[in-house]
Design a binder for this molecule. Structure first.
Ligand code: SF4
Ligand code: SF4
Length: 269
């Protein structure tokens, strides 16, 4: 995600996968955990899955306690950022003196740091995507001698799985961004984007407890897959959003069910 950190100076230097830089981060540095305060971290769908599972709470609860909603600039799409504490430093709720208490499940942005991603498209990142330094004055990590290529850093920080799961979602955002901004989304579409992206428990209820599976022909194998596996359901949600936003994909209305629904609505009216 292209996340801006409040105090970051962003030098206009584009890095590619093979660019090298010197950096190391460890507890011995005077700046340890300074980067976890006063920041603006946009969360991706997979970030929320990992964090809410780590905390063993529902996505509804995670969103209510730990996030702030926003509209993503130039897209009119709803996204969430991690809610900082109300202390003097606006600290991340997961930072302690000894470090990050959700380290193994920390968000994508924290994994990339001190790099930022110059494109939201995962597919572009695989070829000629670019990165940049999110260089903050207090960060002493750049004074260390350990040398990395951007690719080595990504591997070391375990961002590949995050980028892979979020790939379809970031593509949706890139596509939406390229559409003229005067083409507005309905509130209903925005709500669905939010639900399918961030609230997997609510999206599950939408798929399995509404008339969705009557109205749309979804094959039995897919239904079994998305019922059994949360990540498959998330992926299905991205496909549903692609259909909703761009009318692309494999969703077909069951005409008989739609006609019967219309009949019921008419008879009520
Ligand atoms: S070196 Fe940079 S990334 Fe590491 S703790 Fe210090 S400020 Fe944070
Ligand atoms: S999630 Fe962890 S690494 Fe990221 S800002 Fe919070 S404490 Fe720091």
């Amino acid at each position: 995600m292209d996340v801006l950190r409040n105090s970051a100076k962003i030098p206009p230097v584009q890095l590619t996968a093979n660019s090298t830089f010197k950096f190391a981060c460890h507890k011995g540095l005077s700046c340890f955990t300074r980067c976890c305060r006063g920041i603006n971290i946009t969360l991706t769908p997979y970030d929320i899955i990992r964090l809410k599972n780590r905390m063993q709470i529902t996505s509804d609860e995670f969103l209510a306690i730990y996030t702030v909603p926003h509209l993503l600039e130039k897209t009119d799409l709803p996204v969430v950022t991690l809610k900082m504490m109300d202390d003097e430093d606006k600290s991340c709720p997961f930072v302690r003196e000894e470090g990050c208490i959700v380290y193994e499940d920390r968000p994508t942005t924290c994994r990339y740091y001190p790099l930022g991603v110059g494109s939201l498209s995962h597919k572009e990142q695989q070829t000629e995507g670019f990165y940049f330094f999110v260089q903050e004055d207090h960060c002493r990590g750049f004074e260390e001698d350990r040398e990395w290529t951007v690719d080595e850093w990504r591997r070391d920080q375990g961002v590949d799985i995050y980028d892979a799961v979020n790939a379809e979602w970031t593509d949706l955002i890139v596509r939406k961004r390229s559409i003229p901004s005067n083409i507005r989304l309905t509130q209903k579409t925005k709500n669905m984007f939010f639900t399918a992206s961030y609230n997997i428990d609510q999206f599950r209820r939408f798929v399995f407890e509404s008339s969705f599976l009557d109205l749309y022909d979804v094959d039995k194998k897919t239904v079994e897959r998305i019922q059994a596996d949360e990540l498959e359901l998330l992926e299905f949600g991205f496909q549903w959003l692609r259909w909703l936003l761009f009318k692309e994909g494999d969703f077909h209305i069951n005409e008989a069910a739609a006609a019967s629904r219309r009949k019921k609505t008419d008879s009520k009216g």
